[in-house]
Design a protein around this ligand. Structure first.
Ligand SMILES: C[S@@+](CC[C@H](N)C(=O)[O-])C[C@H]1O[C@@H](n2cnc3c(N)ncnc32)[C@H](O)[C@@H]1O
Length: 400
């Protein structure tokens, strides 16, 4: 197995650049990457293939999160498909990648400018989420505004409805008394919540500006010419995507890291307001790779590459067992000769350093990939008591 360094891609492995980019920045997703990583993978795929091979036309992201790779592929005119286990991630991906007409944009603007002038009876909706009572998590005025908007947005046409609902979900953290502390949410007495109205209007204004700028740049010379194809987004499980065998030209993805982060909890407020159901979080957990919960596994159930730590620390065994299913599925749907670019981070869990990239690479070879390379993009020092170890983030390139 070849391991090389390319530290130029390190900054692309976090959401930092996406936070500043039009459309990519619409929903803050700490676990996301930057579209530059996707562009790098597409360019590498072109270079690695023989001269006669066609450039990739169809991209798949089986853990698409908030749609970074789908949007990057769309911007390149490629066909893209994404799958995510979370209703929230699937909704954000879909909303960021659809084509909006000028009428959609106008309706969103008009709604945001006039809605708070309306007189309002109390919204009949009930919002519950697993971790807190919303009444404790928001100042009263903000909670009233949230429920009012959530109800009104529902009556709109699909384009403006998606835009405005995304705007509302994305400002919930700012308008709440909740802080994200590592992998958990806490109510903080010190936090001052921004008025929901202001945060919402400001967000809609920014989103509209992004779309207007994009529509202007893309205005076809011939009216009637097609806009870029909209990616398809599916709520589902990367281990059983149901797409045909040998159908994808390139996979670019970043599965959950082995780090105890439960997406259904840290984005629980946004998820439950989207679904208007407290049960949504549990449903997401059932579909998700178990990167945050482990049950004791028998050695026979565990991928052979994991070794005794999978037994000693159950979360490690369950994580790799789930990821083996996802790597098998990636292998099945890729065209022969094509690659999956899988962004991973090695982990320190229960004071044990786990070489996630090497385990993925060994599993990929056993599953049937013909060639695997690890490209290290960033290194950091981690405390693995009693000593410190150098750990890393990398892209595992698996060629079918
Ligand atoms: C690291 S994030 C991906 C971020 C993405 N690259 C982006 O830029 O937004 C991993 C995603 O995998 C999703 N996920 C977890 N288990 C899954 C499964 N079994 N199938 C599909 N998606 C899953 C999570 O909901 C999360 O959105």
């Amino acid at each position: 197995m070849k391991i090389t360094n390319d530290f130029s891609i390190g900054p692309y492995m976090t959401f930092d650049q996406s936070k500043e980019l039009p459309i990519h920045s619409w929903f803050w997703y700490k676990e996301g990457f930057s579209p530059e990583l996707v562009k790098w993978a597409i360019a590498s795929e072109g270079k690695n293939k023989n001269d006669n091979a066609p450039v990739p036309e169809r991209l798949l992201d089986p853990f698409c999160g908030v749609g970074t790779s789908l949007l990057a592929a769309k911007e390149k005119g490629m066909f893209a498909k994404g799958v995510d286990a979370s209703d929230l991630a699937a909704f954000v991906s879909k909303t960021k990648t659809r084509n909006y007409s000028s009428r959609d944009i106008e309706m969103a603007k008009e709604f945001s400018a006039s809605i708070f002038a309306e007189s309002r009876p109390p919204a009949p909706l009930q919002w519950e989420f697993e971790l807190f009572n919303p009444a404790a998590a928001f100042p009263k005025r903000n909670l009233n505004d949230i429920m009012f908007l959530r109800e009104r947005i529902e009556y709109l046409e699909p384009g403006p409805r998606s835009l405005l609902l995304l705007a509302l979900l994305s400002v919930l953290p700012q308008a709440s008394l909740v802080i994200k502390d590592g992998g958990v949410l806490k109510i903080s007495k010190e936090k001052s919540a921004m008025p929901l109205k202001d945060a919402f209007r400001r967000k809609v204004k920014r989103m509209v500006a992004d779309l207007e700028a994009k529509n202007e740049t893309n205005a076809p010379a011939n009216p009637g010419q097609n806009a870029a194809p909209e990616p398809e987004v599916f709520l589902g499980d990367a281990r059983a995507m149901g797409f045909p065998d040998d159908s994808e030209d390139i996979i670019v993805t970043s599965p959950p890291y082995l780090n105890n982060i439960d997406y259904s909890k840290i984005y629980g407020m946004e998820l439950s307001l989207l679904a208007m159901s407290k049960a949504a979080a549990e449903e997401v957990r059932l579909r998700s790779v178990r990167s945050f919960i482990g049950r004791k596994m028998r050695v026979q159930e565990m991928p052979v590459e994991v070794g005794e730590i999978g037994e000693r620390i159950p979360i490690i065994g369950t994580y790799f067992a789930d990821m083996e299913g996802a790597i098998k599925e990636m292998h099945r749907v890729l065209c022969p000769g094509s690659c999956a670019y899988v962004n991973v981070s090695n982990s320190v869990i229960h004071e044990t350093h786990v070489l996630v990239d090497e385990v993925f690479a060994e599993m990929a070879l056993r599953i049937g990939f013909s060639d695997v390379e690890i490209v290290v993009g960033a290194e950091r020092i981690a405390d693995v008591k009693p000593q410190k170890v150098r750990t890393r983030e990398s892209v595992v390139i698996m060629r079918k």
